[in-house]
Design a protein around this ligand. Structure first.
Ligand code: UDX
Length: 459
């Protein structure tokens, strides 16, 4: 099928590349010319495992191209994905101005046959109908109809497109894998024609043709109305964030009573009603989705006169959790002024270069406030030299350099390669061998055998 994806951030680019890989004819549109030029040369502007290879092979097969020309994209696609950012405003609401600009642009370029316009961006509940209205506004503008002229859409124009909500659930760092191995596909909309076209688009994924485990039953498609599909995305992320805040709260109680939260998580996770995922206690959740989506849901509820007691608590627990590592440093080192603290990892989670709302940012800020000197080593940030606008931290090029002269190390991100670090060598260059394991990631006993004082989160 002919597809146009507008916006080449994490969601848009991964969607475009993966749809091309499963056989569709895809054009990805972005208004950032430098980014488009980079992608035209087969280079991915984001770090995402497996993405660059798929991107290049799809480009070679002629099924994937990039352009800044929205009109050409709209003309090409029978399915048009809106996948631009909806960053949080200071109020916690989503900033939908990019979605609005794209919807208007689609309307202004709408010609030819029937098209499905897909909301892939995480948009506030109710945005499906709003997008439809904006597209019609763009179309009216092109047709030269000014406000107040009593313009009525002909049936033909009204029927030339439908809006569908199709939220994504991919995780950064495993976005390609998640796209080929979805747990479900959610399609929200009222048009049978649009839902049928979307189902056809995803058929290879539904059949698990590109999945790691082809013997699994077909992927369920959940068809809902527009608002329910939009709500599914918020509720899924809010539930996962709640699970993490819950286990972090349990970890804090474990710390006080001398229990081990990793054992508790195992014990409760084996109950199939609870499940073992997202029960890893640590310094809390971050990234581009959880913080934004949880606050947007809280905000929407408030708009409709409902106060979300549980979700407010989920956010507050997470705020406290981020600086819990510092409380532990204070317990161990007492005064932090003049102490040197080395952070292992900076990104909000491993296998990504994303620093958005990363717990590391709060930890650096708080350590600076308390007068400590902060150094950091992160496999991606150190390698790429991308500063991410970080201040108050010295970026070291490897873990030994990081350890040199440190009073303590804090493991902030659970990068797999940290398991293979030479902690014995690192202990020798530290002022004192102390590790705060902010992700309960390291082998406590093995680390202690090397002479470290090991402090985990609730263990
Ligand atoms: C999340 C959702 O998982 C995904 O479905 C949605 O589409 C986008 O948001 P992502 O932001 O990539 O994906 O990260 P995820 O792997 O879910 O982790 C989010 C945060 O929670 C990270 O900071 C991670 O370190 C933390 N986390 C996760 C925990 O602290 N404990 C856990 O058990 C799991």
């Amino acid at each position: 099928m002919k597809v146009c994806v507008i916006g080449t951030g994490y969601v848009g680019l991964v969607t475009g590349v993966c749809l091309a890989h499963i056989g569709h004819d895809v054009i990805c549109i972005d208004n950032n010319e430098n980014k488009v030029n980079l992608m035209k040369q087969g280079q991915s502007p984001i770090y995402e495992p497996g993405l660059s290879d798929l991107m290049r092979s799809s480009m070679e097969s002629g099924r994937l191209s990039f352009s800044t020309d929205l009109g050409a994209g709209v003309n090409h696609g029978e399915i048009l994905f809106i996948a631009v950012g909806t960053p949080p405003l200071p109020t916690g609401e989503s900033d939908t101005r990019y979605v609005e600009a794209v919807a208007k642009g689609i309307g202004a370029n709408l010609r030819g046959g029937y098209k499905v316009i897909v909301n892939k961006s995480t948009v506030p509940i109710g945005s499906g109908d709003w997008v439809r209205m904006i597209v019609l506004d763009g179309l009216k503008e092109r047709l030269g109809v000014t406000q107040g002229e009593g313009f009525t859409m002909t049936e033909e124009v009204e029927a030339c497109f439908d809006v569908v909500s199709n939220p994504e659930f991919l995780r950064e760092g495993s976005a390609v894998y998640d796209t080929f191995n979805p747990d479900r596909i959610v399609l929200g909309g009222s048009s049978d024609r649009a839902i049928a076209m979307m189902s056809e688009l995803y058929q290879p994924l539904v059949n698990r043709d590109f999945s790691e485990n082809k013997s699994l039953p077909p992927v369920p498609i959940v068809v809902t109305d527009l608002s329910s599909a939009e709500m599914i995305k918020y509720a899924a992320n809010a539930f996962l964030a709640t699970k993490i805040s819950f286990i972090n709260e349990v970890a804090n109680v474990c710390d006080r009573v001398g229990a081990d939260v990793t054992q508790v998580a195992k014990g409760i996770g084996l109950d199939s009603r609870i499940g073992d995922k997202f029960l890893q206690a640590g310094i809390g959740w971050g990234g581009s989705c959880f913080p934004k989506d949880v606050s947007a849901l809280i905000h929407t509820a408030e708009d409709y006169g409902y106060s979300t007691e549980l979700l407010n608590a989920v956010v507050n627990v997470n705020k406290k959790q981020r600086v819990m590592a510092i409380e532990k440093l204070q317990q161990e080192l007492k005064i932090l002024k003049g102490k040197v603290v080395g952070l292992l990892g900076l990104t909000f989670k491993p296998d990504t270069d994303d620093m958005r709302d990363a717990p590391a940012l709060n930890i650096i800020e708080e350590l600076n406030r308390l007068g400590a000197k902060v150094k950091a080593y992160d496999p991606i940030v150190s390698q790429t030299g991308i500063s991410h606008g970080l201040s108050g931290v010295i970026i070291e090029s490897d873990a030994s350099m990081l350890a040199d002269g440190c009073d303590a190390l804090v493991l902030v991100t659970d990068w797999q390669e940290f398991l293979d670090l030479d902690f014995e060598k690192m202990a020798k260059v530290m002022k004192q061998p102390l590790i705060i394991d902010g992700r309960n990631f390291l082998d406590k006993r093995a680390i202690e055998e090397l002479g470290y004082r090991y402090v985990g989160m609730g263990r």
